[in-house]
Design a binder for this molecule. Sequence first.
Ligand code: F0G
Length: 454
Amino acid sequence: EEIPVELHKVRIVQKLHLRPIDERLAAIREGGFNTFLLSTKDVFLDMLTDSGTNAMSDNQLASMHHADDAYAGSQSFYRMESAIKEVFGKSLVLPVHQGRAAENIVAKAFVKPGDVVPMNYHFTTTKAHIDLNGGEIAEIFTDQALIVKSNNPFKGNLDIEKLKALIAKYGKERIPFIRLEASTNLIGGQPFSIANMREVRKVADQHGIIIVLDASLIGENAWFIKQREAEFANSSIKEILQTMCGICDIVYFSSRKVSSTRGGGICTNNKELFLKMRDLVPLYEGFLTYGGMSVREVEAMAVGLIETTDETVISQSPGFIDYTVKELDKLGIPVIMPGGALGVHIDAMQFLPHIPQTEYPAGALAAAFYIVSGCRGMERGTVSSVRDENGNDILSDMELLRLAFPRRVFTLSQTKFVIDRMHWLYKNRDLIGGLKFVDEPKVLRFFVGRLDAV
Ligand code: F0G
């Protein structure tokens, strides 16, 4: 058995509560069978997301003490700016309060009604911001992307032929940018290769279209490139990161994910593109040297970005995910393979073949797994989708339960507990029934919508 090893030691701990099962049942009922609505006092392992929950390093915490409080011209910002230059190779930086704020600014600056934004896959907040500005998304993933059990190392690749066809159909005037998402979240944290990025660049250059990179999970994507793309086997992570960002015109990120703190940023080396976005920052976020973040967060972000170039940091989450995925697969549990970044993704359609997609199998699995384990995952399926103009659910391509592995947070014994509980649930999966909405918000309904048993 190949076990992952923690390349860090635990120096600050937080007590957890493993409530009895009847209390967990009451808690999920009260939370409308939506794991977003649970209180952490009722949660044992919080695997909802890695967003803002990755462990911070001693150096990150230390940096927060020498933050420079200033509305304008803070030294903390200049340290962040220089970290971004060093890690991503981009020198014009806009700070924002989190990833979706970057998406708001990019969409406002570049997307107009009737536009189409091609991308390897959407993220929920990305799509919402493009929609809000009158555009639409076009997902041009490869045929491999949605195959659950695969040994394709780069399921996050963008399909080049589909990209060419899309440009031929709409023309470059209607395509404000091509979006690439590193460690593609909603298809299971799956990376793309630099070879693929270079192909995208070639097509983009032929038509004069810019490329925007969502770098929220770029560290892990770089790690996978080092592991899986022969050309880069001997490259440093920093060289890989610089190569990836060098292919793209604008790079934006959620710092809640990439560097374990709060905040986010947008960076570019193109002055013209920078100026199209710049004035939106004081309007929506805050002055250009804090962008809605506290200076303490800005400092921790700077240190965290530098730590993203450290293999012992960015390999941790993929290592635990890979281990868990292989163990679950041995038990016959349908899980996205190969293991990606961010979390373990269980295929609820195969796990619960008796629940139709209109009764939200991934949502039902998330609720059931919480009841049997106290561990909270996140639904990534039709609950996270939207309705069409007739009020029918647009069924999601995949019905996934995501169990996030925030970086350096959980131990191997906790991981084994998760595997054991999932095994029990799989053997007793006939106990699980479907869900229906009883309270459904119009936008991003999965966050606060409430459901009940059908
Ligand atoms: N882009 C990607 C690829 C993301 O995964 C996220 C957030 C965002 C943008 C938005 O960033 O949350 O800082 O506003 N993903 C989190 C998740 C929420 O749980 O997967 P944000």
